[in-house]
Design a protein around this ligand. Structure first.
Ligand code: ASP
Ligand code: MG
Length: 405
């Protein structure tokens, strides 16, 4: 007998019929003798609708009330799933984040989980119930509802699996697993059987949308292997797990892209120690993630500082940066949202030379200009003009021979 955490995403619970399918799958697993904790997202499109409502009121909604609003989608689906399981003769109980004390910090809209009280969950499992937990939400020390950032239900599932010392954590979605690149863009993209935590982390941070970044961080930290698979068929999925020899022999594992970043350039910044800190400290204090940073010499004694942030944080970042720019006497602040980040990822980069060269040559052959570059041990990312995203992804996917024949 095993304790299994299963997470179902928005498309898997998008209609009553699909919720029925989830209930069937869960009850089947329970009948084969397992304890089941099920995490669900809001119905497909619901969180987008709620976010749009908040933005209809004001461009930068106040955090506490925003979370009260956008967390409601999951309340609907936990209730519906528990009711559906009961209607099929099963036993189930639903919980919201605060009811099982998914304690987080106070960063509304992107809160981090600190701890979970597993007591009540174990109690209900002992009574033979399927425990259904709302994804994406928690509660802070002050009792305020918090949310974990878009896609946060994945993180709820992994955190629960870690806290409950579950035997497995399965993430059910509308695709068969993690692909070498977005199959909607490159139809011959291949499903990856096994991928390391580290590669998955790089893929998620560079735009692959299957798993929330934080869920992968947490899975790596607590060594919770994840299986990503489809809720609509029985195909084997992708196992996200510790690295092994076979993974390392692959030169490149995947190509990802992200069109949701924005570029900010601070022109003619006085070139003095401490200036970068003056710009980036208030940005990070606002919990905004700066991704790429490039600094180059402009006129004598000044430099240009260019960096990227998520487009959703652009307005807030600009408010901060414009203020600092004035204080430090920078010339101007420019922005662009017509950019895309395209990345190539693989553990094999540690041992194979020439991957960067091949990437740049491949892009050059298509006349795609590279605006910024950043690398890690197992990743190379470039910022390019957004209109070339699809072309870049396709030629790189081909150049590294990732597709099925
Ligand atoms: N419903 C939330 C969202 O759409 C959380 C999730 O689905 O993981 O971001
Ligand atoms: Mg998701």
């Amino acid at each position: 007998m095993a304790l299994i955490v299963k997470k179902f995403g928005g498309t898997s619970v998008g209609t009553l019929e699909k919720i029925r399918n989830v209930a069937d799958r869960v009850l089947e697993a329970q009948r084969s003798g397992h304890d089941l904790v099920v995490v669900v997202s809001a119905m497909a499109g619901e969180t987008n609708r709620l976010v749009a409502l908040a933005k209809g009121v004001t461009e930068i909604p106040e955090g506490r009330e925003y979370d009260v609003l956008v967390s409601t989608g999951e309340q609907v689906t936990v209730g519906l799933l528990a009711l559906t399981i009961q209607s099929l003769g099963g036993k189930a109980i639903s919980f919201l984040g605060h009811q099982v004390k998914i304690l987080t910090d106070e960063a509304h809209g992107k809160a981090r989980i600190r701890s979970i009280d597993d007591h009540r969950i174990h109690e209900e499992l002992r009574l033979g119930k399927v425990v259904v937990v709302a994804g994406f939400q928690g509660v802070d020390e002050g009792g305020n509802v918090t949310t974990l950032g878009r896609g946060g239900s994945d993180t709820t599932a992994v955190a629960l699996a870690a806290a409950l010392k579950a035997d497995r954590c399965e993430i059910y979605t509308d695709v068969d697993g993690v692909y070498t690149t977005d199959p909607n863009m490159v139809p011959h993209a291949k499903k990856i059987d096994r991928v390391s935590f580290e590669e998955m982390l790089e893929m998620a941070s560079t735009g692959a949308k299957v798993l929330q970044i934080r869920s992968v961080e947490m899975a790596a930290k607590f060594q919770v292997p994840l299986e990503v698979r489809s809720s609509f068929n029985e195909n084997p999925g992708t196992l996200v797990t510790m690295e092994d020899k076979q993974m390392e022999s692959r030169m490149v594992t995947g190509v990802s892209y992200d069109r949701n970043e924005a570029k900010i350039a601070v022109r003619e910044v006085p070139d003095r120690p401490g200036i970068a800190g003056k710009i980036f400290t208030p940005v990070s204090q606002a919990s905004i993630n700066v991704d790429m940073i490039v600094q180059n010499v402009s006129k004598a004694g000044t430099t240009d500082l260019t960096f990227t942030v998520p487009q959703s944080d652009l307005t807030q970042t600009l408010n901060i940066v414009k203020k600092v720019a004035k204080e430090i006497g920078a010339k101007e602040v420019e922005t662009s949202t017509d950019i895309a980040k395209v990345s190539v990822i693989g553990l094999g980069m540690r041992s194979h030379a020439g991957i960067a060269a091949k990437m740049f040559e491949t892009l050059a052959r298509e006349n795609i200009n590279v605006q910024m570059i950043s690398t890690s041990e197992i990743k190379i990312s470039v910022i390019i003009d957004e209109k070339y995203t699809e072309l870049a992804v396709r030629v790189l996917h081909d150049a590294f021979e990732l597709g099925s024949a």
